[in-house]
Write a protein that binds this ligand. Structure first.
Ligand code: CO
Length: 264
């Protein structure tokens, strides 16, 4: 049986972060699932158009990747998203994949990073194993993307969990959802004596949002606003895909997607 695992990412136009976060995960998937062809697709139309303009070529979107696999005679296809939330991009992926279900003998779609409560625990554990614990007088602030989608409370749940696990100096904010940086600034004050803030993106890749909205020199970047509020700020420009413990969760989800296909 010809079997393929389609790894689906939002996408990025930054070649370095593509390599360090997405390509490395795809290579690990190829090593973890021998006998499975690993393919790439991106869900962001904006990124795909930008890459096509810049490079003259771009990865497939989901329908193009699935059409190609069907035409090449693949019979078992598992899709594993690298998205963080069960949000808009994941909904779009599922909607785009649904019409293809009948074209493969076996077909399944895996879960984003933050889906079940066990996923939140695994993600909290992976963050705690991968990053130095917030020191005395220090706070870790994670920048999530945020969304108007019902999945947005994921950030608050992850923050609660980290606090319960002992990282009371870890806070989550978002670019486009709740909490915003204003709430984070208030929580830092309520936390008591915090002098130093370390900023991390809570995104698969350290792309535009991490480089500009988080760590940029513009006056409205999170770094500038935190410095303006009196904190000493350092920025860690690493996507979640750069941490082996986080990649392992996506690989476990891919394994579950593959196993689901063969139990019926
Ligand atoms: Co964005």
């Amino acid at each position: 049986m010809k079997q393929a695992l389609l790894m689906v990412s939002f996408g990025t136009s930054y070649p370095e972060t593509l390599e360090k976060n997405i390509a490395v995960l795809e290579r690990e998937a190829a090593a973890a699932f021998p006998g499975w062809t690993v393919r790439r697709a991106f869900t962001s139309g904006m990124i795909l158009r930008k890459l096509a303009r810049r490079d003259g070529a771009a990865p497939d979107d989901v329908p193009a990747a699935l059409t190609r696999l069907a035409e090449e005679g693949y019979e078992a296809v598992a899709i594993q998203p690298t998205h963080i939330l069960n949000g808009d991009e994941y909904d779009k992926l599922c909607a785009q994949a649904a019409p293809f279900a009948g074209r493969f003998a076996r077909f399944s779609v895996g879960a984003p990073l933050l889906t079940t409560l066990e996923d939140y625990r695994a993600t909290a554990d992976a963050l705690m194993a991968s990053l130095p614990a917030p020191a005395e007088g220090e706070a870790l602030v994670f920048m999530g993307h945020g969304t108007g989608h019902a999945a947005n409370p994921a950030y608050c749940q992850l923050e609660y969990l980290l606090h319960d696990l002992g990282w009371k100096g870890a806070f989550f904010g978002t670019v486009e959802g709740y909490p915003t940086l204003d709430e984070v600034l208030r929580r830092l004050q309520e936390r008591g004596p915090v002098e130093r803030v370390t900023l991390h993106p809570l995104m698969l890749v350290a792309g535009d949002h991490a480089s500009n909205d988080m760590a940029g020199e513009e006056p409205d970047s999170w770094k500038s606003r935190l410095e303006g509020a009196g904190y000493t700020v350092s920025c860690i420009l690493k996507g979640l895909g750069e941490y082996p413990a986080l990649r392992a969760i996506f690989l476990a989800h891919a394994r579950a997607a593959i196993e689901t296909m063969f139990t019926d």
